[in-house]
Write a protein that binds this ligand. Sequence first.
Ligand SMILES: NC(=O)c1ccc[n+]([C@@H]2O[C@H](COP(=O)([O-])OP(=O)(O)OC[C@H]3O[C@@H](n4cnc5c(N)ncnc54)[C@H](O)[C@@H]3O)[C@@H](O)[C@H]2O)c1
Length: 353
Amino acid sequence: MKIGFVGLGAVVQTAYLPALAALAEDAEIWGFDPDLTLSGVNQAQSLEALLALPLDRLVIATPSLLHLPVLEQALASRIPLILVEKPVVASLAQHDRLQALLADPAVAGRVLALDHWMARTAVQRLLSGTLGADWQPLTGEARVRPATIQDVAEVEGFLLEPCGIDEQGHPFALNFATGEPDQRTFHHPDGVILDIGTHVLAMIRELLVALGGGDSLHLIAEGVCDRLGQPIVLGDLRTAEGRACLRGEAAGVPLTLWLDKYAGPGVEKKGLSLLLKDGRRLELLRSGNQAWLHHHENGVLQRWQLEGPLYRDCIAETLLAPLPAKGWQGTTARRLQEVGLLLELQQLLRGPH
Ligand SMILES: NC(=O)c1ccc[n+]([C@@H]2O[C@H](COP(=O)([O-])OP(=O)(O)OC[C@H]3O[C@@H](n4cnc5c(N)ncnc54)[C@H](O)[C@@H]3O)[C@@H](O)[C@H]2O)c1
């Protein structure tokens, strides 16, 4: 397989390349980045040169505001599947433009709006009796009763990231994969609502759809503040949100999302909690290269554990998988709907822009 990357930054280096080394040693990897070359990646001299190659897959991993312009150029090539990193677009104008482009089924069939968290499917697998053997039971073999969307009482998602504290006592971000200080300064639109809200929302929407839920989605934002705890004021188009709580419903199910990029040194909580009407609660939790699945019922806790890098499953199921018979249209439409809603929430806070 020949795979091209546009942008060779942190996510390519820490997520894609290690996964490809483990899963697809024979893959021929090409890339274009105006500022970077990487060993093991054949260097194209321009985006045009990259797009002229007979690639099987293209991954767009540039900063988010460039996803759409690069995608539009890539759609003019012959590449059969173009994967776009999250968030698929970064402004409402881009959202509307992409929605119009995807109205053409020939275009929609070639675009996968990718969020690595959408591959965190352990809860739906547990509830449908298809949990993979790679999930080790920690509390003995257990039979779990199935559930569908009618059985769901509420769902919560959380992405609380650890941070560092500088000499002035101010929090600073850490790299999502290495835990080293992240030297970048984040600005709008790369605040938590869009940048990490997409992850939790993608995971929860795929869960609800797998349980038979529809596409409805409504959210409001509460308690939004910046890295230093100051509220985001109307007219501020620069400061990134550092913390937010989003509340509403998805597929008719009450939904709350807790997002915090500066939760504190050593403070980390990433995953979801699904409450069923019969009182059972299922949790999917992740830290580093480990994930845990919890099933609580009548005070009895059953646990499973998975070892392995987060990105590997997603890359195996998307980038390296054959094109699904029905294409990726439904997935891409959900990601675009989520990003559109998150961008609207950002706009409500800041005013039109
Ligand atoms: N799914 C995930 O878990 C995850 C994690 C991190 C980042 N991401 C997404 O991946 C994308 C990249 O993030 P990152 O952390 O790697 O950022 P990064 O800043 O480390 O890398 C972006 C790279 O794009 C390059 N670039 C800029 N303009 C370009 C152009 N016109 N053509 C080609 N390359 C260009 C830059 O030189 C840089 O090397 C973002 O959209 C981000 O939201 C996803």
